[in-house]
Design a protein around this ligand. Structure first.
Ligand code: 2HA
Ligand code: ZN
Length: 282
């Protein structure tokens, strides 16, 4: 076994960079947001200080499908602002216990913290995304301003949100061809919101939590972060259009969306590909 410490691993470095990026974007004020990063046994076992159970913490649902799986997870109540300076207190490495009702802490949370209050929601999402994609690694929750604002001014339906976001920039349909999932407003930190989110994650990699934020899933930190960045950039363009008076004189048309999909060899969600134009009287 190497003498290298987990704090010096690329996984902790990625977690520091991503949480710092989320914070500096203004999407994770105070203790807002949470990230979980699935790691393999091979990855974890390379380090000198990840093979002893430090503590065990309960999990409030049956996560036995993930028994034995490792996650690097941000801590409950912790500020993303601080992760970069003190990852060993603000984040932790856990392994889901055999019965699925608790997690063993192997590293981190060294001043008594434990995984995010949204950990059940993360695990439920990991389970459903893993059914779709065996490379699924990351679940990321944050509070992007413009997307949240849109959840007050638009009807909470997936077609409306997806089409508007697709039409804000050519990149959108290429990055999230399946569109954006939307759940009703629900209380955070509950298994109910976790179950509703995970159900949507069967069809989408990003799910809007109205008046709160977004849940994203993906194969890597960069991909998941990039997905959320692209959605929020589209939301910023929408906000800016509204601030400029709201009227669109031209747009990315439904035919343009189909051409983009062809060019990049993608199949966009067929339910969202045709519908209302953003240009009035069209
Ligand atoms: O972790 O963002 O949804 C704090 C939150 C809860
Ligand atoms: Zn939140």
């Amino acid at each position: 076994m190497s003498q290298q410490k987990f704090i010096d691993s690329p996984y902790v470095e990625e977690m520091c960079k991503i949480t710092h990026g989320l914070y500096t974007h203004g999407w994770d004020e105070r203790n807002g947001g949470n990230v979980s990063y699935r790691l393999t046994k091979e990855e974890v076992s390379q380090y000198a200080d990840t093979n002893k159970v430090l503590r065990n913490v309960p999990i409030d649902f049956d996560a036995s499908e993930l028994a034995g799986v490792y996650f690097l997870v941000t801590g409950t109540g912790r500020y993303f602002k601080n992760v970069i300076d003190n990852p060993e207190a603000e984040t932790g490495l856990v392994q889901i216990a055999a019965d699925g009702h608790s997690a063993d802490i192997l590293w981190g949370y060294n001043d008594g913290a434990q995984p995010t209050s949204e950990f059940p929601s993360h695990l439920m999402t990991h389970i459903n995304r893993l059914h779709k994609d065996s490379n699924q690694r990351v679940v990321m929750h944050c509070h992007p301003t413009n997307l949240i604002a849109m959840s007050f001014t638009l009807p909470l339906d997936e077609k409306t949100f997806s089409r508007i976001l697709w039409k804000m920039q050519a990149e959108s349909v290429v990055v999230f061809p399946e569109g954006l999932g939307v759940i009703p407003y629900m209380t955070p930190g509950t298994n109910d919101i976790g179950e509703a989110t995970a159900e949507k994650m069967k069809d989408f990699r990003a799910v809007l939590w109205p008046h709160h934020g977004v849940f994203g899933a993906g194969d890597s930190m960069d991909e998941t972060y990039g997905l959320i960045e692209t959605i929020e950039k589209a939301a910023l363009i929408y906000t800016t259009i509204r601030a400029q008076g709201g009227q669109c004189l031209q747009e990315i048309t439904d035919d343009d969306l189909a051409d983009l999909a062809n060019r990049f060899g993608l199949t966009p969600n067929p339910d969202f590909l045709t519908g209302k134009s953003l240009v009035e009287n069209k």
